[in-house]
Design a binder for this molecule. Structure first.
Ligand SMILES: [Zn+2]
Ligand SMILES: [Zn+2]
Length: 349
């Protein structure tokens, strides 16, 4: 491996395209592992760092990308047995020992490491990181590259649906039917809920149609028409009357407004998407409806074995919602911003 280099697409300055850089291949220290990157998904958060005014935690230059799968090619002195194994890297790697971690909230651990934010990420030939919470990927089944999006898009959706308590007889409403929303809709269904998807993009709704019970094209409906359609569906499907689970996955102020307008008594609202924009909301609706709102950051590493099993069993479908590209196209894909399928970048250095 002596002749191998680390090649990575790095953020050098906000608002500027990523730069291809080359350096010596890092040597893993104790507790660390070096993966040869098989694929890294492109998330809206990467766009936020580069063009959306969001500052990464680590100083620049920084390799972005936090949806990583890869095969271990070098490991710290204590970890040789992991060599040659394929791993999924959870987008949030907690410390495992602080008060938040011990209390089951490791996804918001303040000492967490997020690739492409706290340390160099996956838009590279290799990824060096802590080994402790990596999830081994079983051989066979779904393409390894496709599993990259499980690290964040699927994981984040899974955890938010789990936390909402959605289950048999519930109505789940997913606002924003692309990216993380596609997986929130599928997870809600796997857990037994009926699912309504709302988006302003009819192609996205069409792609998700076999995974939802009703698709509402918000581009052609008023807020009132959307509320009426949801209520009529609730009656017709006989879902539990007062337990709506609403997932805001669009990461837009308009989507947040729509999600908020669907709150009713005892409803639960999960904010899963991110935007720097502000929505105009009457917070007292939470009080009047005795409703619950929560945000979701990443996914606990302990959920990933189950997530990979659901994917392997075909309960969570990835293939129709992703598209593989050579990593050299990364800057073009980031510039396009909107994608109908989540881009997965395959190293082509
Ligand atoms: Zn992400
Ligand atoms: Zn911690």
């Amino acid at each position: 491996m002596a002749d191998k280099k680390l090649r990575s697409w790095r953020m050098v300055e906000p608002g500027k395209p990523l730069e291809l850089q080359e350096s010596a291949l890092p040597v893993p220290g104790p507790g660390e592992i070096l993966l040869e990157v098989a694929a890294c998904g492109l998330c809206h958060t990467d766009f936020g760092f580069l063009y959306g005014g969001v500052r990464p935690n680590a100083p620049l230059p920084l390799t972005l990308g936090h949806e990583i799968v890869g095969r271990s090619v070098a490991a710290g002195p204590d970890l040789e047995s992991a060599l040659g194994t394929s791993f999924l890297v959870p987008a949030v790697l907690p410390c495992g020992s602080c008060e938040l971690c011990r209390g089951g909230r490791g996804n918001v651990c303040r000492r967490q490491k997020m690739p492409g934010n706290d340390l160099d990420g996956g838009f590279a030939s290799h990824f060096l990181g802590p080994a402790e919470f990596l999830c081994p990927v079983p051989n066979g089944g779904v393409r390894l590259e496709h599993l990259s999006v499980a690290a964040d898009a699927v994981g984040t959706a899974y955890q938010s649906v789990l936390r909402s308590g959605a289950g048999n007889g519930d109505l789940a409403i997913v606002v924003g039917a692309g990216g993380v929303g596609t997986f929130a809709a599928q997870t809600a269904r796997v857990l037994g809920a009926s699912v309504i998807a709302i988006d302003i993009d009819s192609a996205r709704l069409e792609a998700l149609s076999s995974h939802v019970d009703l698709a509402l094209d918000a581009a052609n409906m008023t807020a009132k028409e959307i509320r009426t359609a949801v209520r009529e569906f609730e009656r017709a499907e006989d879902t539990r009357a007062h337990s709506r689970k609403i997932f805001e996955c669009s990461g837009t102020a308009a989507g947040q407004q729509t999600a908020w307008s669907l709150l009713t008594h005892n409803a639960t609202l999960a904010i899963v998407g991110f935007t720097m924009d502000k929505a105009d909301l009457r917070l007292s609706n939470l009080m009047a409806f005795d409703a619950t709102a929560f945000g979701n950051w990443g996914c606990l590493p302990e959920h990933f074995p189950t997530i990979l099993k659901l994917i392997a069993a075909g309960d969570l479908e990835i293939e129709p919602f992703v598209e593989c590209h050579p990593m050299s196209r990364l800057n073009d894909l980031i510039a396009e911003e909107q994608h109908h399928r989540r881009p997965i970048l395959i190293p082509d250095f």
